[in-house]
Design a protein around this ligand. Structure first.
Ligand SMILES: Cc1cc2nc3c(=O)[nH]c(=O)nc-3n(C[C@H](O)[C@H](O)[C@H](O)COP(=O)(O)O)c2cc1C
Length: 430
């Protein structure tokens, strides 16, 4: 690979078998962190060279990482160790901070910094509470608790006399993350306010938005987000839709990725259903410049998932997932279990988020402590049954080596397309 001023440039062959070239590339790519403009030339994406590496995407360059593989944030299950491990291996570790207050956010950022010198992302939810949530009476909450009486009885626990509903304040969280100089901030459930994005730009903090439809992707790009996650409905956890309802925004990754790629100019990161190198290769072939992988990291010992959750992901139970709003009040995907089936069959609608979550946690939390997976909320995506690894280092190594092994042929075609597109004056997207 040719380096000019520490940056990869067009020129003689870049080997696809380039793992050995990785050592200095984080530094090299990270040199541009303060510059909101990506450098297409430096990524080699304008290159006619048929052997340009799969990993040198604009997303990797913007994020200052070696491999365009992002470990997804897990809101409610943060793990500083998993985040740092993935970053240390050349990917981007993320930490889901939705449940953390301002001072906890500062602490986790400091801890991640003590574990890695590389870039990582802190993830926040722009909307942490549904509109109707503040109008729900104490009686309505009490009624909901009473309706779950059989679960408290089954678990042998007291029915709570009241619950304290708390949701974090996004504004305070984001100020805290910016003050602590998080290298990258990723967002879901909406568009961060203009002043937040402008402050991020000033501080050289890269921003990632989450889109579940092409329209959301355009809105995020128009607002100035640097990169966009295209979140297919196969993915585990919540659907972060914000323009239409989540149930009216369900698009699978194979349809969503190319539509988002066509709709925006900023780099697109594919999320939802990617659990191995085949998924990464497919996402890149569809035009994504990076992937965000969640479920496959959950069974890893360093993840924040509890043991029964991790074990369920590696069991027969991983074969069936479902989308439900009955666990939290917002639509989310998890392993189908008795709790999901029973709550889905309930006649009354769930309480608004986060009230429903707070209430169901009064028995789903104890169920986790007792290892009763049938009454737990087991977040997972549709590729859960592809989970194999319980070690994050092994998983990252497999993802990188597997993608490298698969992508020679695809990259050749892709770079031919690139030169044709350049010639016809169209914007090339890999
Ligand atoms: C347990 C769990 C928690 C999640 N929490 C968040 C979150 O707080 N913020 C977010 O942007 N995405 C969250 N996600 C979604 C992931 O970022 C990612 O898009 C998704 O996991 C990708 O699909 P996959 O699970 O099929 O890999 C979560 C996913 C899971 C499985």
């Amino acid at each position: 690979m040719q380096h000019v001023n520490g940056v990869a440039h067009r020129g003689p062959v870049v080997s696809v078998d380039e793992l050995e070239c990785a050592e200095n590339s984080s530094e090299r790519m990270g040199g541009d962190m303060g510059n909101p403009k990506y450098d297409k030339e430096a990524t080699g994406l304008t290159n006619d060279n048929p052997n340009v590496s799969w990993r040198l995407t604009r997303a990797a360059q913007l994020l200052g990482i070696e491999y365009p593989i992002i470990q997804a944030p897990f809101g409610g299950l943060p793990s500083q160790h998993l985040t740092a491990t993935v970053s240390n291996l050349g990917g981007l570790g993320s930490l889901g901070a939705v449940t953390l207050g301002s001072s906890a956010i500062k602490e986790v950022i400091a801890e991640i910094r003590s574990l890695t010198e590389r870039h990582f992302a802190i993830n926040l939810w722009v909307s942490t509470s549904d509109q109707g949530a503040s109008h729900i009476s104490a009686e309505a909450i009490d009624q909901a608790i009473q309706s779950y009486a059989s679960y408290y009885a089954e678990l042998g626990i007291e029915r709570p006399s009241h619950v304290e509903v708390r949701s974090q304040d996004f504004e305070a969280q984001v100020v805290s993350a910016i003050d602590a100089h998080a290298p990258i901030l990723s967002f879901t459930f909406g568009i961060p306010p203009a002043e937040v994005l402008s402050e991020c730009r000033k501080q050289g903090i890269r921003t990632i938005g989450t889109a579940t439809t092409p329209e959301e992707a355009v809105a995020l790009e128009d607002a100035g987000l640097d990169l966009i996650v295209a979140s297919g409905f196969e993915g585990g956890g919540h659907r972060g839709s914000f323009l239409r309802s989540a149930s009216d925004s369900l698009i699978g990754s194979i349809s969503l990725i190319p539509q988002v790629v066509d709709a925006v100019r900023v780099p697109v990161i594919a999320a939802g259903g990617i659990a191995d190198a085949r998924g990464i290769a497919a996402a890149l072939a569809l035009g994504a410049e990076g992937v965000q992988i969640g479920t496959a990291f959950l069974p890893c010992v360093s993840s924040g998932a509890c043991k029964p959750h991790a074990a369920a992901l590696l069991s027969e139970a991983a074969k069936r997932t479902g989308l439900t709003d009955a666990f939290t009040g917002r639509l989310a995907r998890g392993l189908s279990n008795r709790l999901m089936d029973e709550l889905e069959a309930w006649n009354s609608p769930p309480l608004p988020f986060p009230l429903q979550h707070t209430v169901t946690q009064t028995f789903a939390g104890p169920a986790a402590l007792q290892g009763k997976t049938e009454l737990m909320t087991l977040w997972a995506g549709q590729s859960a049954s592809l989970c194999r690894c319980t070690d994050a280092t092994e998983l990252m190594t497999r993802l990188i080596a597997g993608t490298r092994a698969r992508l020679g042929g695809i990259m050749k075609g892709r770079n031919k397309d690139a030169s044709n597109n350049e010639k016809s004056g169209r914007l090339y997207r890999p």
